[in-house]
Design a protein around this ligand. Sequence first.
Ligand code: AMP
Ligand code: MG
Length: 501
Amino acid sequence: MNSPENPLGAPLLLNEFEWKNSFASLPGGFYTKLTPTPLPNPYLVGVSRRAAELIRLNPSELSSDTFVSIFSGNVMPSGSEPLAAVYSGHQFGVWAGQLGDGRAILLGEALAPSEPSGTLELQLKGAGKTPYSRMGDGRAVLRSSIREFLCSEAMAGLGIPTSRALCIVGSDMRVLREMPETSAVVTRMAPSFVRFGSFEHWFYNDKPAELKQLADYVLEKNYPELSESANPYQALLREITLRTAELVAQWQAVGFMHGVLNTDNMSVLGQTLDYGPFGFMEAYDPAHICNHTDQQGRYSYRMQPRIGEWNCYALGQAMVSLIGSVEETQEALSVYTPSFESKMAALWNAKLGLRSTELGDSELVESLLTILARSRVDFSLFFRRLSSLKLDNPSLDSAVRDLFLDRSSFDTWAINYRQRLQRESSVDAERKVAMDKVNPNYVLRNYLAQVAIEKAQEKDFSEIEKLLKLLENPFDDHPDYQSYAELPPDWAADIEVSCSS
Ligand code: AMP
Ligand code: MG
């Protein structure tokens, strides 16, 4: 029983979990039921206590053998009905046909009282081959599992919608990528792992009954408030479009690049999903491409907003027959641009510590982005340091000014910025507090992840734990860890991340 002191109820041991399996109650064509392939000699690499709290997992369980057995995929918890889901998708703008969970296995749903849906699905990524593995081996390497684990929890720390990561379980078993690498299983959690590509799957296979079943399932489970709408399917598309637009705006505001925004990697909940060759902007360059495989730059920083919309159109295409007409579908999709623009403008203003809005604000932002690009200024450091600016004393600007090759470009911009702050009677101390709550001190720079990965490959997992702590509270200052907030070392420029994972 829940008590007022403990509204979430008492923490549970894994054998006390009440598994729900709503996805498994859909018809068999939506998935294949199967169990994970055992992972030899598994060991715990990292765990997120915050993620564990969401499913009320007893902290004592996190160091137990049962925990490692279950989240390596070696033992199935009783009551779970493991499965791999089918979906399809557009990859790099081209219809790719059938895909599916090629290496992810859904255990089922655990109760999660703080979630609107009341549950979180738990999925083991890297748990072995499924009928959807195509040429893949069903595994994930330790390197990419650490990146997904840390970035999921970092995004949650930033307050950006995301799937969560409960833990990483490693194994010395080697799998072949460009070279042999150790493998791992990362356990992800989300209210649903349904993707845009899940809808496209039934549309392109000309299965309207299944398409409707999927839409009804998503509406009932994750959007019950829309069921009362005059046209629930149109309302669903509108809400997904709006959430996607706002999600992309939040990515832009922290300089996050997803790297592979294929429709099969787009969550119908508007959460960040499927972490691969992502990156956080360092030296600001709007054309920056974080994914080495993406030679055309389709998923570059500046393209993300347009690609988010393109993906919503792909989803809309799949939903036209459900919604009833092209016009009603377009009406739902039309919320993308205004939602993105208003969210983006609000986020830029917050980053600049502006409390009000003025007509010229977008020019102030544009002129800033132009000079940041010209001097290739570190995106996160700039905004973090900008909060220390003193309205009446430009001679103290050096911490932020010194980030520019062309310092006079900053001086010119700062004159306009100061005037804008003065017009709303901005107070230095108050502005700093507000800005430091939205401009992170710590982001998961590639080199930070790389250091943690290299140590983990030597079985030292302490860096993962350290990074997790910093990234869970990215807006705090930790004087002992100031170097984690500074410019990346020179060797970081040579790190390449690609789709290989
Ligand atoms: P991604 O680019 O990681 O989103 O993956 C695209 C598709 O390839 C998804 O259907 C994955 O399940 C599948 N996939 C990726 N890597 C593997 C692998 N090692 N084994 C099996 N399937 C994989
Ligand atoms: Mg994917």
